[in-house]
Design a binder for this molecule. Structure first.
Ligand SMILES: [Fe+2]
Ligand SMILES: [Fe+2]
Length: 288
């Protein structure tokens, strides 16, 4: 069995809740997962101080288990995102692009779409946080720069990662933006959801890890014969949805099944505890 702790939207800065972060770290120590997957929004305002706190926290996780992390929409710098993506070319465009991810790259990782292979599982991280882009322009003003987009270049990277992985490893894609409409928010995180679902399924993915909606959810979609399970992690911060506690997801990949257990925060107990398990057969396992 391979276990993954899937967390998202830590939002270091004002929304961070130190009791929850401490408890999560203790939990990771107790569960001893094979890896920890962090699906973006490490910071609230993309500030240097927030990135430093996030980096220290990731280092603490890294002392217990290997981790993989990608940026979220809160982790990129607005000015660069706007100038670059609206087609300002040449020197300014290049500098703007560098500016967009500069803090994430400096404090967290150079690699915006990293991958991690552990026994039984390969995770391909795919950056969906591009700011305001042609591919994710929307008339909904509050979604401008918030909504994400899966780019074909990044899909090629996922394809390569999966091609190089051992055949028996479960194929997992991690993105920041939620693939399914949030039950409370009523919002999709991605501009090209259907295209992304079809692409992930055709690449042989069994599981997608995402966040951004700040509400935990587990779905199974029949995009391909093998089906695709989607783990949406809630937030570990005060930016939770009304009536929904902070939470993280524990993924267990067994030979025949894949399960996701949601661990929800209890204010009374001051700790996380299991709050429901979702179990799926591993149909994709019969890959030729
Ligand atoms: Fe977030
Ligand atoms: Fe987000």
């Amino acid at each position: 069995m391979t276990t993954l702790v899937h967390v998202s939207d830590l939002h270091f800065g004002r929304p961070a809740v130190s009791e929850q972060l401490d408890s999560l770290l203790k939990y990771i120590g107790r569960l001893k997962p094979d890896a920890v997957a962090v699906s973006g929004d490490l910071t609230q305002r993309c500030s240097i101080a927030e990135f430093r706190q996030a980096r220290d926290y990731l280092e603490a996780i890294g002392r217990v288990a290997p981790y993989i992390v990608i940026p979220g929409n809160h982790d990129i710098r607005w000015l660069g995102a706007v100038l670059r993506n609206l087609g300002i070319v040449g020197f300014i465009g290049r500098r703007a692009h560098e500016h967009k991810y500069s803090r994430y790259r400096r404090y967290i990782s150079e690699d915006l779409s990293p991958s991690l292979t552990i026994p039984g599982v390969v995770i391909a991280g795919l950056n969906t946080a591009h700011g305001i882009t042609r591919g994710s322009l929307t008339r909904r003003l509050r979604d401008l720069g918030v909504i994400g987009h899966v780019r074909s270049d990044d899909l090629a990277h996922v394809r390569r990662t999966f091609e190089e992985a051992p055949p028996e490893a479960a194929r997992v894609v991690m993105i920041h933006h939620n693939l399914m409409r949030g039950p409370i928010s009523g919002r999709h995180g991605l501009a090209n959801t259907d295209e992304a679902l079809r692409a992930f399924a055709s690449l042989g993915a069994e599981l997608v890890l995402c966040g951004h909606d700040h509400q935990e959810a587990v779905h199974s979609v029949e995009t391909s014969e093998a089906g695709l399970v989607i783990s949406t992690a809630g937030t570990i911060s005060s930016r939770r949805r009304p009536g929904h506690p902070s939470s993280f997801n524990l993924v267990r990949v067994r030979e025949e099944s894949l399960s996701i257990t949601i661990y929800a925060w209890s204010e009374k107990a001051g700790d996380f505890s299991p709050a429901g398990e979702h179990l799926f057969p591993r149909r994709a396992r019969k890959r030729p």
